[in-house]
Design a protein around this ligand. Structure first.
Ligand SMILES: [Zn+2]
Length: 451
């Protein structure tokens, strides 16, 4: 719908072309960026700005800190320079140490596990507790005495190779140091931007590439002025191009595979009940990570089992994500509010950085029409799974607050606890979780249970 409107208006097409031609210039011109709001909620810090964000993130030990510097950016008003205290006893302080330079410091033991990513056309920066198992790969600066950022010597972009297979195109990016990256699929025109953090553009221009059925060209530039990051922009030829990203063990090479997204089967509008299952996290937002398991994977496995089980009852089931892809919270509620299901259930695994002893199931709801569903789900899990009761709670999680349909968020157990982790990652107990959730949803929808 939006696309059609866009095409009808040729004026906008010209604007888009001009924007396209000036893309690198626009990126460098972030001088006017302003932070309009800063929200601390549900263990995540969300920063909204007027313009694209360029930032660096550094982890420092003793004491544990994460320092985020937002460059070419100022606070819209001085009241935004404040501090928060997190549940896990961190202090989060926001300051403007220099002109057009905003600094956020997380200090406390949980802070080192924080990870940031951009959403909303790179105008929103979210920092939340993330994985803890890759500490060795993250550059932790030991014994830093001052709060000034230690300089980490950046690497260089070495080469970009394009390989053409039958029905896919692979782009291999190699650098002299391990690459941390953010990806941004962008529209009008369709392209994929990848920011290689702490990697500088090559000294000499790289050879140009011939177009493939998926890619028209690849452009390389600085992600933003003054920032040691390279932006690689891959111009796409087709709007329905999907991509998968993989890295080698050392992290010095990333491989991006482009292929056509298969057309989703027409979901027939069957009369009857609709349920949306939302597997929490995805992509580089791994969720909690303990004992070699990542929450995003556990959430997806249980969600798929629940989907199959509900479909046995003729219920039309939608998943907000079907694979390991990143989806913002707003996208999840957009899907929900366009489908208007009878039930929305977000599947999560819990974690506590400060204690490995705490375990149990927690069920969250926000609106009054969701309370009964929360109670059915909670009781059913306690009936089927040998897990402590960590209570039904009312909380303003984004995905259950921004929809009028009955919506709950189930924290099925603590990945940070050994016993709960066994329940969450074992195939048999995963089936029992799916069964427990199915029975609760059937009861809520007043559908009779089969034997
Ligand atoms: Zn989660």
């Amino acid at each position: 719908m939006k696309n059609k409107l866009f095409r009808l208006n040729f004026h906008w097409l010209f604007v888009a072309i001009i924007f396209f031609l000036n893309f690198n210039f626009v990126l460098a011109q972030t001088g006017a960026n302003k932070i309009t709001s800063i929200v601390w909620e549900n263990n995540a810090l969300t920063i909204n700005t007027t313009n694209q964000i360029a930032y660096t993130e550094t982890r420092i030990k003793e004491p544990d800190r994460v320092v985020i510097d937002i460059l070419n950016c100022s606070l819209e008003n001085k009241t935004l320079a404040k501090s928060f205290q997190s549940e896990s006893d961190e202090t989060i302080s926001i300051s403007e140490p220099a002109l057009e330079h905003v600094r956020i410091v997380f200090s406390g033991t949980a802070s080192i596990n924080r990870k940031s990513y951009l959403t909303n056309n790179e105008k929103t920066l979210i920092t939340r507790i993330a994985r803890i198992d890759d500490v060795s790969e993250e550059k932790i600066v030991e014994n830093s005495e001052q709060t000034t950022l230690e300089k980490i010597v950046p690497g260089n972009l070495k080469e970009i190779i394009v390989k053409e297979d039958d029905d896919k195109t692979k782009v291999l990016i190699t650098a002299t140091k391990p690459i941390k990256f953010n990806t941004y699929p962008l529209k009008n025109p369709d392209r994929l931007a990848i920011d290689l953090l702490n990697i500088l553009p090559p000294d000499k221009p790289l050879p140009t590439h011939n177009p493939t059925p998926f890619i028209s060209s690849i452009r390389i530039g600085r992600a933003a002025s003054g920032l040691a990051a390279t932006r690689v922009v891959i111009d796409l030829l087709k709007p329905n191009t999907g991509f998968d990203i993989d890295t080698n063990l050392l992290g010095t090479k990333i491989e991006i595979e482009f292929k056509t997204i298969k057309e989703k089967e027409e979901t027939k509008k069957k009369p009857g009940f609709k349920v949306i299952i939302d597997p929490g996290h995805g992509g580089y937002d791994t969720g909690a990570s303990y004992g070699g398991f990542e929450e995003k994977d556990v959430n997806l496995i249980i969600s798929n089992k629940l989907k199959a089980s509900l479909e046995d009852y003729g219920i039309t089931v939608f998943l907000t994500r079907e694979d390991d892809s990143f989806l913002s919270l707003a996208e999840r509620t957009d899907i929900t509010n366009s489908i208007k299901p009878n039930v929305f259930i977000s599947i999560h695994g819990n974690a506590l950085v400060t204690s490995k002893v705490i375990r149990g199931v927690e069920t969250y709801y926000w609106t009054s029409q969701s309370q009964k569903l929360a109670s059915y789900v909670h009781k059913s899990i306690l009936n089927h799974i040998d897990i402590p009761d960590h209570f039904i709670r009312r909380a303003q999680f984004y995905v259950i607050r921004h929809t009028p349909v009955p919506a709950i968020l189930a924290e099925l157990g603590f990945l940070s606890n050994h016993d709960d982790r066994k329940l969450l990652t074992n195939s048999t107990t995963q089936d029992q979780y799916a069964k427990a959730l199915t029975e609760a949803i059937l009861k809520f929808l007043e559908i009779e249970k089969k034997d």
